[in-house]
Structures are given as structure tokens and as C-alpha cells.
Design a protein around this ligand. Structure first.
Ligand code: 13P
Length: 337
């Protein structure tokens, strides 16, 4: 188990966080379509390799979550992608769920699949160099959602996943994402997220998962995208910290937020404020997909040959996130780029 604790520490300590580059081919195709780049395996690799070779990988990125296609690809310097990531001191990780499917008997909700054959797939990923994994459960909010069925089923799957991952010598990232879609307010988000997190930990404990060798990847507490409530980052931080303190056992060493549709700046401002106010024992950092890659993808799509320009754009975002993970981000530094 001590091996798991040191992997966890390496990923989230010292202002480092996680680059979530594990978009499935379908999602990556949507992202590339949006910037008019053909979604070929070569282009998907080219963009990702450009990020993984950036300078900020050394100081700001403690772990990279990969997709099945990417973990098996070879970089232009002939290294495998996990070797390229490890060479900067970051830990290679892998998304191991096989996606969220319609939940039987609650067809507006989803259950994440991928437990069948997982033990064998984990052995393969370990051999390929992965030392941590991700599984994402998704929940919608409305008056009647998430249903008890969705809360229970996804928590059960997350816990069985986490137990298998620890058995295979890797650190599980437990990601229950309560989505921002809808017109619910921040209090609703607080209540529903608390319920989801409490159930997850009930199941993780039942499955004897060693919480000290896990990382939680939750949503922040925010109003839905269609809600009229205007929220200050101080209130986001207060509600988010209250939710974590009440619902997450203190043995959990770290919390790495998803960005979930926030802009790059919102994701940084909110994380910064959370760290300024954090009095808990949790290390609080980022595991961002869109909020780390959006500007870099936009730049790259127009300047595919300009590697250093793409990397500069990514380095700036990674540095802003890393400052926010220490509560040291300012608007002035943000605008210096
Ligand atoms: P976003 O930061 O874009 O929400 O992605 C994080 C992630 O890995 C979702 O599973």
C-alpha cells in the first residue's frame, strides 16, 4: 500500500495537478471538428504529444490521464507515450471505464460500464506503464434526479472499480461528476453532490478500499448553466469546502477537481479561492481537461506546425492552474501572457 501512497503524493503534491487528456475518440473528434482539424489517430497523437513535451510538464503536471488509443501510441522520438510522460517526472494514468450508458428503469440517467474483464485490462495497462486510473460516474440534477437508483448504482460501480485498481497496484481516481446542465441553483448542487459523495464513500468503505491510496475527482459546487443565480467565487469556495468537509472522509489525501464546462479562467479563479480558504487536511488541486487544453487546441488548430506557440499557450494555462492549486493566482499574472 505504501507504493500507492507515494504515487498519490507524486501526482498531487507541490502545486501539481492532473492533465485529463483521456477524451474518447468520439469526444476528441467533436473537439477537433470544432476547430476544423480532421480527427485521425495521427492528429490526435500530434496534439497530445505537443502538450506532453511541454516545459510545464516538469513543474505543473503530476499525472496525465490517457485514453486507450494514446497509451499504445509511439511519440516522434520513438518513446512510448507513457515513457514520454514519465521522462518529465509525471505519472501516466489511464481511463478504464467504457462509458456511461442508459440506466435500465431510469432512462434519463446513466450508469458507467466497464467492470467486466477489468482485472485483466488493468494488468495490461500496468505493463504499458500506467500507475493510476480513472472511472467517471455522471449524475444529472433536477427535482427528482439523481434518483436513488443512479446514486446507488454508480457508487457501487466506482467502489468495485477502485478495489480492483488497488489490487493491481495502481491508484484509482474516483470521479462522481454531478453535471452543470440545468437551471438548478448552487444550494441544489450542494445537496445533490453531498448525497452522491456520501454514498460513494459508503460503498468504497464496504469494498474495503484503502482511502489513503485514492484521489477524489469531484465537481465544484456551482449553479446550473441555465440558472439565473450569479455566484461569486468566494461562495463557490465556501460551499465546495463545506460539502467536502461534510461528505469526504479525512483519510482521502487529495481532491482534484474536474473543470466540467467552466471557462479556463473560472476554473482557475474558483480553485484559487478554494485553496485560499481551505482549512481541511485535503490537498486540493486540478484534474482539468477542457480548462487546460482549450486555448492550446485553438492555437494549434490554426498553427499546426508551431509547436512552441502551442506549448507556450498550454504552459501558461498549466502555470495558472498550478498557482491556483497553492492559492497564489492573481488576475495580474493571468493577464501577463
Ligand atoms: P473537464 O475538466 O473538461 O470537465 O474534463 C475532466 C474529465 O476528465 C472529465 O471526466
Amino acid at each position: 500500500m505504501s507504493e500507492l501512497y507515494s504515487i498519490t503524493e507524486k501526482i498531487i503534491s507541490n502545486g501539481k495537478g492532473i492533465l485529463a487528456a483521456d477524451e474518447s475518440t468520439g469526444t476528441m473528434t467533436k473537439r477537433l471538428d470544432a476547430v476544423n482539424v480532421p480527427s485521425t489517430p495521427e492528429n490526435r497523437l500530434l496534439f497530445r504529444e505537443t502538450l506532453f513535451s511541454s516545459e510545464s510538464m516538469n513543474d505543473c503536471i503530476g499525472g496525465v490521464i490517457l485514453y486507450d488509443e494514446t497509451i499504445k501510441q509511439i511519440a516522434s522520438n520513438k518513446k512510448t507515450i507513457p515513457e514520454l510522460i514519465s521522462s518529465s517526472g509525471a505519472v501516466p494514468g489511464i481511463k478504464v471505464d467504457t462509458g456511461a450508458k442508459v440506466l435500465a428503469n431510469s432512462k434519463n440517467e446513466k450508469i458507467t460500464e466497464g467492470l467486466d474483464g477489468l482485472r485483466d485490462r488493468l494488468k495490461i495497462y500496468y505493463k504499458l506503464g500506467a500507475r493510476f486510473t480513472k472511472w467517471r460516474g455522471v449524475y444529472i440534477i433536477s427535482n427528482k434526479y439523481p434518483s436513488k437508483l443512479a446514486v446507488h448504482s454508480n457508487a457501487h460501480a466506482l467502489a468495485r472499480y477502485a478495489a480492483l485498481v488497488q489490487e493491481s497496484g495502481m491508484v484509482p481516481i474516483v470521479e462522481p461528476e454531478v453535471l452543470m446542465d440545468g437551471d438548478h441553483n448552487s444550494e441544489d448542487c450542494f445537496k445533490k453532490t453531498s448525497e452522491v459523495l456520501k454514498k460513494c464513500y459508503e460503498e468504497l468503505i464496504l469494498n474495503k478500499v484503502d482511502l489513503k491510496g485514492t484521489i477524489l475527482k469531484p465537481n465544484m459546487i456551482l449553479p446550473g448553466v441555465d440558472c439565473k443565480e450569479k455566484i461569486e467565487c468566494k461562495k463557490v469556495a465556501e460551499l465546495t469546502l463545506k460539502c467536502l468537509e461534510e461528505s469526504v472522509p479525512s483519510e482521502v489525501p487529495g481532491v482534484a477537481f474536474l473543470s466540467g464546462g467552466q471557462t479556463e479562467k473560472e476554473a482557475v479563479e474558483n480553485l484559487n479561492e478554494i485553496n485560499i480558504l481551505n482549512k481541511s487536511s485535503f490537498i486540493i488541486t486540478y484534474s482539468y481537461g477542457r480548462a487546460l487544453q482549450q486555448s492550446a487546441l485553438k492555437f494549434w488548430s490554426k498553427n499546426i506546425k508551431n509547436v512552441s506557440g502551442t506549448q507556450n499557450t498550454f504552459n501558461h494555462r498549466a502555470k495558472m492552474c498550478s498557482l491556483a492549486a497553492r492559492g497564489k493566482w492573481t488576475e495580474e499574472i493571468e493577464n501577463k501572457h
